[in-house]
Design a protein around this ligand. Structure first.
Ligand SMILES: C[S@@+](CC[C@H](N)C(=O)[O-])C[C@H]1O[C@@H](n2cnc3c(N)ncnc32)[C@H](O)[C@@H]1O
Length: 303
């Protein structure tokens, strides 16, 4: 089914089975993007940032977010203008990573983005059209479990990106998505992941603020060991694994976001921003204690 925004297009892909968790995730991303911009930065990067200790250390969330994604693409061996035939971005947020890759890889003719959020997809379609790159980027409002239904099995993906999306997936959706990605990915192609993962068994973890609600639809926590196992079972070999950003940088990013909620979102804040404030507190405590870390994972599809 083809949909038209004021300025751009996207397709809707409906799978054979329901994901009962999908409405929970959709509810997180329903608020006005203007409010999100006030909270996470004008460019809407939403997966931490790198500050580094250099004198040119970036100060803004936008700079830190971009620096982090660029570092991951460098780690994947994909410098600017690397020859890529087709890219998949799973959980593209408000399109920031799609836009960035379209500019970093100007010769890549096809970038596919997958997202289940209607408002984010609409916003991204308009954003890409305004940037003049809508012809190279195709948007699919599609659950990650249904990636196999994306049109055109040929060519396979030369790069797959999952940043911040795995945290929202139920184990069943993660398993289905990884299996589908494995089918659709070229031999040796890198998968670039950034995710918050737990380093202790989940039944031993207690959040600082008790878990009375499923904040930001991130309640399906995952350990690093579990994610490694899912990747290996689906023919991916991990080539680079780092705590990136460091705990200190991740805490700095969370503090910046938390401060912007206090300053820019009028009380009572919409539910996602209330939850984001609590997540910032919980996660900062876990990062400091070393019970959770933000990991950068670069895996490759085994032939
Ligand atoms: C933290 S945000 C992504 C940030 C973005 N990738 C970045 O690097 O700035 C997580 C995204 O995953 C999407 N998502 C969550 N669950 C999904 C699912 N089951 N299928 C497709 N997209 C999903 C959300 O709608 C959201 O856009």
């Amino acid at each position: 089914m083809k949909n038209h925004g004021t300025d751009g297009d996207w397709d809707v892909i409906t799978g054979h089975a329901d994901d009962p968790y999908q409405p929970r995730v959709e509810a997180v991303y329903e608020d006005d993007p203007a409010t999100w911009r006030a909270v996470i930065g004008e460019e809407l990067w939403f997966q931490f940032g790198l500050y580094d200790d250099a004198p040119s250390s970036p100060r803004t969330l936008d700079e830190a977010g971009e620096r982090y994604f660029d570092r991951q693409l460098d780690l994947a061996g994909l410098p600017p203008r690397a020859p890529l035939g087709r890219i998949l971005d799973v959980g593209f947020g408000w399109g920031t990573t799609l836009l960035h890759m379209a500019r970093r890889y100007p010769d890549c003719p096809r970038i596919d983005g997958v997202n289940i959020s209607g408002p984010q997809t609409r916003y991204t379609a308009d954003r890409l059209a305004r940037a003049g790159i809508a012809d190279r980027v195709r948007l699919y409002r599609c659950n990650a479990k249904d990636i196999e239904l994306i049109p055109d099995h040929d060519p396979p993906y030369d790069l797959v990106v999952l940043r911040g999306s795995i945290g929202h997936l139920t184990p069943a959706t993660l398993e289905a998505a990884t299996k589908a990605i494995s089918v659709r990915t070229a031999d040796h192609a890198p998968v670039v992941i950034s995710e918050t993962l737990f380093t202790i068994p989940l039944d031993a973890y207690r959040s600082a603020i008790p878990d009375e609600v499923d904040r930001l639809a991130c309640g399906n926590r995952k350990t690093l060991a579990y994610l490694m196992d899912v990747l290996e079972r689906n023919s991916f070999a991990v080539r680079d694994l780092q705590q990136l950003p460091s705990a200190r940088e991740a805490v700095r990013w969370l503090a910046a976001v938390r401060g912007r909620i206090e300053r820019h979102v009028a009380a009572p804040a919409p539910r996602p921003f209330e939850e984001l404030r609590d997540v910032a507190d919980n996660l900062s405590a876990a990062l400091r204690a070393g019970t959770a870390s933000v990991y950068s994972v670069i895996a490759r599809r085994l032939p």
